[in-house]
Design a protein around this ligand. Structure first.
Ligand code: ATP
Ligand code: MG
Ligand code: MG
Ligand code: MG
Length: 484
């Protein structure tokens, strides 16, 4: 089944169960300062869950454009390395606003997966929140899933990769216990079942999360986090379209599904046209490029432009990371922006904004790429030289000062440098990087004060422009927030 059919089958199923089909909201959230990019289907319904907004329906279903490249849900570093993570992906979701709750949610999910999509029941696992006896009973007694495939998992807060069955949109907002459904791809792929120490592999892949929305997490007058019950218990679910396609098309990774085949081929072709030779069609770098063109294009189509702060900086980080991967594969001239056409051909039907903004997206990316190609070779040369010195000294951690110089003078976002190092089993001294960034900020502030004392207007922009692309003082403060 093609991704386009999976999307429509999902929506049609929930429509037949009384759900209103609602269009995806943009990847840039409307007026939610707590959120950098839309990271889940529930975002556009946040106020409905909180009881501040009323809709003429109590059930909805969506295919939502999501970006997870910063903030609480950040998968940037996973891309290319796991079979299942993207920075941009489509989340299929059904929602109940104070209508049905756990029992119906689980029943719908099970029926859709096993009867409509016809997944073999014996390959499916479920997790529930450790204390959620109700969900546990529904799975074991009503659905009849054997107890050895229903796993209780707590809220492993802070554990980067470990399963966490208490879902939160961010540090604040609607949240609640959840129940996740996993598919077992079999022993040819490494990884353990959910809740086991090696659950991070791709063998058991989480396909669907059913969140039982019950609380609003907020900061009270004393600055502490508190959880208030929501006006009505609700349901919020999310299933990665690309992950379900991987299951239904029975392919090794998300990058082998129909939505990605042409994009991967186009990435290989353009990288080779720009100087790469015999690029391995499955290389992690090619996957990163194919992933990142989606994130960059959808972000620009929804109004973001590369910059040194906030959303624009996330976009810049993703674009430059993709360009560096192309450079690694041998590209020496701009190639990335040329993938916009292949992406538009693939996804323009489902997302007409790609067609409407095709020229603008191409132009914005082309400019960004031309700028970065001016400095990438010199930056890489400096980095390579530093790595030789580091290896000679037997070190494992790159000096933060150098990482800052790469950032400040050559336009290398910290995560780009970290990505290069990671490929060689090395790391970067982030504390040193931040110290260098702070020092520069202080210096610029002092320079600003000095100018003010002279009666000149202080614009917040230092005038000692040294590098090709200096990160401005105030912007750097914001940008630093997203270098995580
Ligand atoms: P994982 O544990 O695999 O990182 P998650 O628990 O962070 O996934 P949720 O926040 O529960 O994911 O999101 C709901 C669903 O969205 C997931 O079950 C999965 O199918 C899909 N999904 C989440 N993150 C990604 C991603 N980075 N790329 C593709 N699909 C994703
Ligand atoms: Mg995750
Ligand atoms: Mg998970
Ligand atoms: Mg999950």
């Amino acid at each position: 089944m093609k991704a386009a059919d999976i999307r429509s089958t999902f929506l049609n199923y929930f429509e037949s169960k009384g759900h209103q089909i609602v269009a995806s909201s943009p990847v840039v959230p409307g007026d939610d300062p707590t959120l950098l990019f839309t990271n889940a289907g529930m975002n556009q319904f946040k106020d409905v869950f909180l009881g501040f907004d009323k809709r003429p329906y109590s059930r909805a279903a969506t295919a939502q454009k999501c970006i997870r490249a910063g903030g609480k849900h950040n998968d940037l570093e996973n891309v290319g390395y796991t079979a299942r993570h993207h920075t941009f992906f489509e989340m299929l979701g059904n929602f109940s606003f104070g209508d049905y709750f756990k029992q119906d949610a689980i029943k719908y999910a099970w029926e859709l997966l096993t009867e409509v999509f016809k997944l073999p029941a014996d390959k499916l696992w479920a997790t529930v929140y450790a204390e959620d006896d109700e969900a546990y009973e529904i799975w074991t007694k009503e659905i009849g899933l054997p107890a050895e495939r229903v796993v209780r998992i707590g809220d492993n807060k802070g554990a980067r990769y470990a399963s966490d069955n208490f879902w939160m949109m961010g540090d604040t907002g609607p949240c609640g216990p959840c129940s996740e459904i996993f598919y077992d791809f079999g022993p040819s792929i490494a990884g353990g079942p959910p809740g086991s120490p090696d659950e991070d592999g791709d063998r058991y892949t989480e396909v669907w999360n059913n969140v039982f929305m019950q609380f609003n997490r907020r900061i009270d007058e004393n600055g502490n986090y508190v959880m208030d019950p929501l006006p009505k218990p609700s349901v919020d679910t999310g299933m990665g379209l690309e992950r379900l396609a991987r299951v239904l098309q029975n392919v090794a990774t998300n990058y082998d599904i129909d939505l990605f085949v042409n994009l991967m081929a186009a990435a290989k072709r353009e990288v080779e046209a720009a100087g790469g030779q015999d690029v391995d069609k499955d290389s992690p770098s090619l996957k990163a490029i194919a992933d990142h063109i989606r994130a960059c294009s959808f972000t620009i189509a929804d109004g973001v432009v590369p910059s040194n702060e906030g959303r624009g900086y996330v976009l810049r980080r993703i674009a430059r990371r993709a360009i560096r991967h192309g450079y690694k594969l041998g590209a020496r001239t701009p190639f990335f922006y040329k993938l916009v056409d292949a992406l538009t051909a693939e996804m323009g039907k489902a997302y007409p904004e790609l067609v409407a903004k095709q020229r603008r997206v191409t132009e914005v990316l082309k400019q960004e790429e031309e700028r970065f190609f001016l400095t990438i070779a010199n930056g890489m040369e400096i980095l390579e030289a530093a790595l030789v010195t580091l290896a000679q000294a037997g070190g494992k951690v790159l000096d933060g000062e150098l990482a800052f110089k790469l950032h400040d003078t050559y336009g290398f976002p910290l995560d780009l440098t970290a990505d290069v190092l990671r490929e060689r089993g090395l790391a970067v001294d982030e504390a040193g990087f931040n110290a260098a960034m702070n020092r520069q900020r202080e210096q610029a502030r002092a320079a600003g004060k000095f100018k003010m004392a002279q009666g000149l207007e202080y614009s917040g922009v230092p005038t000692d422009f040294k590098g090709y692309e200096k990160i401005w003082v105030e912007d750097a403060k914001v940008a630093a927030l997203y270098v995580d």
